[in-house]
Design a protein around this ligand. Structure first.
Ligand code: 3HC
Ligand code: NAI
Length: 692
């Protein structure tokens, strides 16, 4: 065995040269890896004993792509294209042996091998689109030559990881070998190639699949149209599509040039910078400075959920989906039946769409035990309370739980705003109490705010962080404060939106500006969706806000066809003249002189206070880092990932500009715009949030 460098070996086994990469954690194509690969292939090519070459990786995966942490820095070592040329032009057959995930640049390396073998658990994909990029090492030119244009379009714009069996069926893999026996299987495959004298297949030379799509621009037009909603605001999908078009319409080398040009366009833009930041921010959020990775965790084999309403049902589904049994408790039989019925209906809808078998539905429902007795939670490892948002009720529930739950069980509350420490204080075991704040719909939204109480034990935190991964969520640790991170910042935006409609804008103006910014909907459309009458009490109503007046007029939102907007039978929203009049009358009664409000002002009024509130949250230590706040907003509120989250966006705008904006608004509109001390300090010191 010869070490080529610290991460690459070349072993010669009879007539086969085996190039082994070992660069944890994911064998990403760093300068060192590229250098090792080039050196190893050159050595194997030069060795007369070697008749064929196998490329294999140690660790959990084949090459998972370019090294994203190197992006934006000066390149050192050989380029990836250089490495690929060496492999593709090798005069001996090259076999890529794939396990784990061959992603991005990793798959692009495999695509310059002459053959690809994999174990059944392997996956392959070109996920660059998810970091605002496109496959920049020939992936967009080679992939359609194997799988055809339609599948290639799907793969590069979704970034999906294709399982081995499907990859085999579409010709991306040539053969599957036994799980756990990749090395031997790949060597045996290489020997068959040699024995049968199979050709050195170069993907670049294949042409039938791309020719089949030539002269059919409608393929692309239809694809764009079908996905317009999904791609809205993103630049990368369009550039990926253009590359596939180039593969169809241009000779291979010209296509490569076009791919490079479109790649660089994305690489130098702010969207990809934001999406790469989010990639690392999400992984960073899992790291808690005083709760190290080796902190002991509590096994969660059985979960209890209290309340089978909007949230309790969705929360339960997360655990049922992960195969963890759930006992769900309600106070009234009819509520229990309704809640369980909704869970079943959700699963059946998914089954109807073909994303679940009827068997799966029954299996999941079989894990659910409905009950009216809190005592049935005695053997649960984790109990999540999702009853009404009232402190007295929560305290009552936790007081009872304290007597019922087994020692060491985690007692969690799904409260949106209430003080977790106060809730914990009614128990004899505040160290076991934590907030697990799911977002609606709880079985869909990826965010889980994990609220650390004053006395929450580290093992409880570590368990919650781990569990969030088990149920497919992104867990973000936050501190106790009103509304935690997400809702606390949301309140800023909501307040300004309400003020803006009295000062001169209309709900549809505010909504349009925020929608165009990239949010899934504006605040007024959101209120209509949720229902204007949430928390509205007809007995206590006093026409004190526009919303109250609308409720008094029975404008309750989408559910009865009228809220801030009028809805037609297809739930399409139209600006409402009636609402316009309500707003004008309301402003007049308050003697507000209405004025023209620019889109820019709407955006700044709604978003600057959010950035400022984020700074306060950081200052108070309620979030560990600014990037955690961004992860909350991206996964819980649909903040466009290509804008990196409010804190990233604030820095992109310039913290000095945000501060100046806040001060100018403060002068005109008062202390709602008082800048946070942290923002002032960072601007004075010319620093960013990461230096906070
Ligand atoms: N570059 C640098 N670091 C990477 C990386 C990459 N491509 N992929 C993963 N990592 C790091 C992560 O940051 C993490 O580091 P940490 O432990 O210090 O936080 C570590 O590897 C493990 O990653 P995960 O926690 O995500 O591990 P999982 O096992 O959950 O997932 C994975 C593994 C599926 C490979 C996932 O990490 C992933 O999807 N990675 C990104 C793949 C990707 O986007 N590839 C394309 C890159 S762009 C490219 O190739 C351009 C080319 O076309 C020219
Ligand atoms: P909901 O009103 O839909 O459901 C609450 C359920 O709890 C009802 O079915 C009720 O019968 C039941 N319940 C009340 N007291 C009970 C008791 N003592 N024992 C057993 N069951 C009892 O309310 P929703 O929306 O599900 O909210 C629940 C909690 O989740 C609240 O704390 C809320 O703030 C929080 N939350 C709500 C979100 C939302 O978007 N709806 C989002 C995130 C958190």
């Amino acid at each position: 065995m010869a070490a080529i460098n610290a991460v690459t070996d070349l072993t010669v086994e009879g007539d086969i040269g085996v190039v082994t990469l070992n660069s944890p954690p994911v064998n990403a194509l760093s300068a060192q890896v590229r250098e090792g690969l080039k050196g190893a292939f050159e050595a194997a090519i030069a060795d007369p004993a070697v008749q064929a070459i196998v490329l294999i990786c140690e660790g959990k995966t084949f090459i998972a792509g370019a090294d994203i942490s190197e992006f934006g820095k000066a390149m050192t070592g050989p380029s990836l294209q250089d490495v690929q040329n060496t492999i593709e032009n090798a005069p001996k057959p090259v076999v890529a042996a794939i396990h784990g995930t061959a992603l991005g640049g990793g798959l692009e390396v495999a695509l310059v091998a002459h053959y690809r073998v994999a174990v059944p658990s392997a996956k392959a994909g070109l996920p660059e689109v998810n970091i605002g990029l496109l496959p920049g090492a020939g992936g967009t030119q080679r992939l359609p030559r194997i799988v055809g244009v339609e599948k290639a379009l799907e793969m590069v714009t979704s970034g999906q990881h294709v399982p081995a069996k499907a990859a085999l069926a579409m010709g991306l893999f040539d053969s599957l070998v036994e799980e756990g026996a990749l090395r031997d299987g790949a060597i045996a495959f290489a020997r068959v190639v040699l024995a049968e004298g199979r050709p050195l297949k170069k993907v670049r030379d294949l042409s039938d699949k791309v020719e089949a799509a030539r002269g059919k621009p409608e393929i692309f037009a239809e694809f764009r149209k079908a996905n317009a909603r999904k791609f809205r605001g993103f630049l990368a999908p369009e550039n990926n599509i253009k590359c596939i078009e180039a593969a169809v319409n241009l000779p291979f080398d010209e296509g490569l040039k076009e791919e490079r040009r479109l790649f660089m366009e994305l690489m130098t833009g702010s969207q990809s910078a934001a999406q790469r930041y989010v990639f690392f921010a999400e992984r960073q959020a899992a790291k808690i400075p005083d709760v190290p990775d080796d902190t002991s965790t509590i096994p969660v084999k059985k979960v209890g959920v209290i309340g089978a309403g909007t949230m309790g049902g969705g929360i339960s589904m997360n655990f049922l989906n992960a195969g963890i049994p759930v006992t769900i408790i309600e106070a009234k039989q009819e509520n229990l039946d309704r809640g369980v019925g909704i869970i079943r209906k959700n699963y059946e809808n998914t089954a109807r769409k073909g994303r679940l078998t009827q068997d799966d539905v029954e299996k999941r429902m079989g894990l659910l035990t409905p009950s009216m007795h809190l005592e049935d939670l005695a053997d649960c490892d984790l109990i999540i309370e999702a009853v009404f948002e009232l402190m007295e009720i929560k305290k009552d529930v936790f007081g009872k739980l304290d007597k019922i739950a087994k020692p060491g069980a985690i007692l969690a509350t799904n409260t949106s705003y209430l003080d977790v420490d106060q809730i914990a204080a009614v128990t004899s075991r505040p160290e076991s109490v934590i907030g697990l704040h799911f977002f609606s719909p709880a079985n869909v939204m990826r965010l889980l705010e994990i609220v650390r109480g004053e006395k929450t034990d580290k093992s409880v935190i570590a368990t919650a962080m781990k569990l969030s991964k088990t149920i497919g969520k992104v867990g973000v640790l936050v501190g106790v404060c009103f509304g935690f991170v997400g809702n606390r910042m949301l309140a800023q935006r909501q307040r300004e939106a309400q003020k803006l409609i009295l000062e001169g804008a209309m709900p549809w103006d505010v909504d349009r500006v925020l929608y165009e910014f990239g949010l899934p909907m504006g605040p007024f459309a959101m209120s209509d969706l949720a229902g204007l009458d949430i928390g509205w009490d007809p007995a206590k109503t006093s026409s004190s806000t526009v919303r109250e007046v609308l409720c008094e007029m029975d404008r309750r939102g989408q559910k009865n066809g009228k809220g801030f907007y009028d809805y037609d039978e297809n739930r399409v929203a139209k600006p409402s003249p009636e609402v316009e009049k309500v707003i004008l009358d309301f402003a007049q009664k308050r003697q507000i002189q209405r004025r023209e409000i620019s889109d820019q002002e709407i955006l700044e009024r709604c978003l600057y206070p959010m950035v400022n509130e984020g700074a306060k949250i950081l200052e108070e230590g309620k979030a560990i880092r600014a990037s955690d706040i961004d992860i909350v907003w991206i996964n819980g509120y649909g903040w466009p990932v290509y804008r990196g989250g409010p804190m990233f966006w604030g820095e992109l705008v310039g913290l000095d500009k945000v501060l100046a904006g806040m001060k100018a608004f403060q002068e005109k509109h008062g202390d709602d715009f008082k800048p946070s001390a942290l923002l002032e300090r960072l601007v004075a010191e010319g620093k960013g949030f990461k230096d906070a």
